[in-house]
Design a protein around this ligand. Structure first.
Ligand code: ADP
Ligand code: MG
Length: 605
């Protein structure tokens, strides 16, 4: 018997260079990935100042200079060898990684796809050493002078792997990604200074002493930085700290949700979920909160070795962690000031219409002949200043001025003693000590209805209005099928539904608060909610979802003319309700104009 053996190449070990290029494929995708690895190395070396020069978005050159501990000349060749590291020596060390790097692969990978040069001088040593390495070939180690610390130059990235090079985007895009990496690391590591230049021009800088808020200001601007509210919480030796931003800063993406674990920026699904839960009901659907949060914890309680880029982690006790984080953040988030500041609207109006403030002209002393007392115009109630500010906030009990007795970040309560004015059957104008607020009566009432329903639900006492004759709602077989397993949970929230024939739902009763709810609309809300949550029967999620949707439908305040008394009642209820700053769908319930805003709007300053 003879077999036709097709000719095949023999199995052979790959040359070192090729191995490293394959490894580089995993972690070195673009200049930003080189930047990340090099900055992490500098941070692991204990640098207090890191200087980065980029050319052509980092493709032509990435040069990093740090003032960290340095490398002894004899170890420089090892730094470029794959799987060689000073951060890990046996497998047990993997359980408690406290450095950003540990795989010992970055420099070897980078050196296999670029022309590199390194100079390093150990702290305290009289001299340092330098070496060149190109396409994986290490040159001679030369003793030479230079500052303590390490300098690495990476030129012509992917010069020998053209396929990779073709995937690079424009200079602006590559620079943007590299800057994004540096900025994240700079936010993760207060205490370390960063300077980045691009083609000789300064692109980013933070000084070592700048704290997290100052770094956010430098990176994303003062408006966001000034609005942040601090978070501080502890569970055993796990410490959560950082800032949450008011809902109005929410975005369409999660790029400004930054989590840092022991100084390492993370992108983690669990942490994204934590923020979703913490902001639930305060943010409009589909928008993403902005927050900058650091977790300090025992490295043994988290596994960072799940992903080559080390951006994801696994917490050893995930449930506990999740509960701790959501509870701590929820507290901080509900204390945020959520009113839309009028100042922003004035700013955008001014930008549209152009004229520069004429402040100086207005502050000139008026000529004497203009000082004749004019007949007092009839005052518009909304602009009247209140005369007795202390009494306006009986809830605080103290006679102290309300502004100073409040913690800095807490929302100012809406005073309800001043004059009220309803506008367009939709908005209520409320004068307060420092300006006025515009309250969206519908949004506010919707929130209050939701909170009432939740409270009734928590007491197990939802007040139900039963119908003498059930209303039949045609929904089709599939939808009826979908709702059927949830009938019991729905009854708990006061929705008495029953299946009637194959494609019909009979409405026997609804919560008394849903005075206006049209039974058919109600049933369709239920179907939509079940579809959206896809929930397990009885899931709290489903209940909450339906509450959210139906609270909106049942609000009696949409387009209603309100008496002064009704307005007052609505507003004073809002003061006692901690969630009343947003409607059930996360839209703000009020816009605030301070006197300062008004002065700005009238170009008085
Ligand atoms: P890793 O960071 O995973 O250990 P790298 O390939 O990035 O692997 O670096 C290899 C080793 O080179 C590090 O373990 C460290 O000892 C040394 N090294 C690299 N960069 C620096 C630096 N900037 N300062 C001091 N030592 C460095
Ligand atoms: Mg490294």
């Amino acid at each position: 018997m003879s077999h036709e053996v097709p000719s095949r190449p023999a199995i052979a070990e790959l040359p070192e260079l090729v191995k490293n290029q394959i490894a580089a494929g995993e972690v070195i995708e673009r200049p930003a990935s080189v930047v990340k690895e090099l900055v992490e190395n500098a941070l692991d070396a204990g640098a207090a100042r890191i200087h980065l020069d980029l050319e052509e978005g980092g493709v032509a050159l990435i040069r990093i200079v740090d003032d960290g501990g340095g490398i002894p000349p004899a170890e420089i060749p090892l730094a470029f060898a794959s799987h060689a590291t000073s951060k890990l020596s046996d497998v047990a060390d993997l359980d408690h990684i406290a450095t950003l790097g540990f795989r010992g692969e970055a420099l070897a990978s980078i050196a296999s796809v670029a022309r590199c040069r390194m100079f390093s001088r150990l702290r305290g040593a009289p001299l340092g050493a330098s070496v060149e390495i190109e396409g994986g070939r290490l040159g001679e180690i030369r003793e030479s002078g230079g500052p303590e610390g390490t300098r690495v130059e990476v030129r012509d990235l992917f010069f020998n792997t053209p396929a990779r090079r073709r995937f690079l985007k424009t200079t602006a895009t590559e620079l943007g990604r590299a800057l994004d990496i540096v900025q994240r690391l700079a936010l993760a590591q207060p205490g370390v200074g960063f300077v980045v230049t691009h083609d000789g021009r300064r692109a980013f800088e933070v000084e070592p002493a700048m704290d997290l808020r100052a770094r956010v200001r430098r990176t994303f601007g003062a408006e966001l930085a000034d609005a942040l509210a601090p978070v501080e919480a502890r569970d055993g030796d796990t410490v959560l700290s950082g800032f949450v931003a008011p809902p109005r800063f929410a975005r369409n993406d999660t790029t400004r949700q930054m989590w840092f674990l022991n100084g390492r920026p993370l992108r983690d699904k669990i942490l994204a979920r934590v923020l979703k839960d913490a902001y639930r009901g305060f943010i409009v659907d589909g928008r993403q909160a902005v927050a900058f949060l650091s977790l300090a914890m025992d490295p043994a309680k988290v596994d960072v070795n799940v992903h080559p880029a080390k951006a994801e982690v696994r917490f050893r006790d995930e449930r506990r962690m999740f509960g701790f984080l959501v509870a701590s953040l929820r507290g901080a988030v509900s204390a945020l000031d959520m009113a839309t500041p009028g100042e922003r609207m004035i700013d955008s109006a001014a930008r549209r219409d152009g004229p520069a403030p004429l402040a100086r002209q207005f502050t000139l002393p008026a000529p004497a002949w203009q000082l004749q007392p004019e007949p007092r115009p009839r005052e518009l109630p909304v602009f009247v200043r209140e005369s007795a500010p202390a009494e306006a906030t009986p809830a605080t009990g103290a006679a102290a001025s309300p502004a100073s007795s409040e913690p800095a970040a807490a929302p100012r309560p809406t005073p309800v003693r001043g004059p009220l004015l309803q506008v367009g059957r939709t908005y209520i104008l409320v004068a307060n000590d420092d300006g006025f607020e515009i309250v969206d009566q519908h949004a506010l009432h919707e929130r209050l209805t939701l909170e009432d329903l939740k409270a009734e639900l928590a007491r197990g006492a939802v007040e139900v209005q039963r119908r003498l004759v059930p209303e039949l709602v045609e929904v089709g077989g599939a939808a009826a099928e979908l709702v059927e397993p949830h009938l019991e949970s729905l009854a708990r929230i006061g929705l008495l539904l029953a299946r009637f024939g194959s494609g019909t739902i009979a409405v026997h009763g609804a919560p008394a608060r849903f005075r206006r709810a049209d039974p058919s609309a109600l049933v369709h809300e239920v179907i939509a909610a079940v579809e959206r949550t896809g929930g397990a029967p009885g899931a709290e999620d489903l209940l909450e979802e339906i509450l959210h949707r139906t609270a909106c439908r049942s609000s009696v305040m949409a387009g209603d003319e309100l008496s002064e008394l009704e307005m007052r009642a609505l507003l004073s209820r809002a003061r006692d309700e901690s969630n009343a700053q947003t409607c059930a769908h996360g839209r703000p319930t009020r816009v605030r104009f301070t006197l300062a805003d008004l002065e700005k709007a009238f170009y008085r300053r």
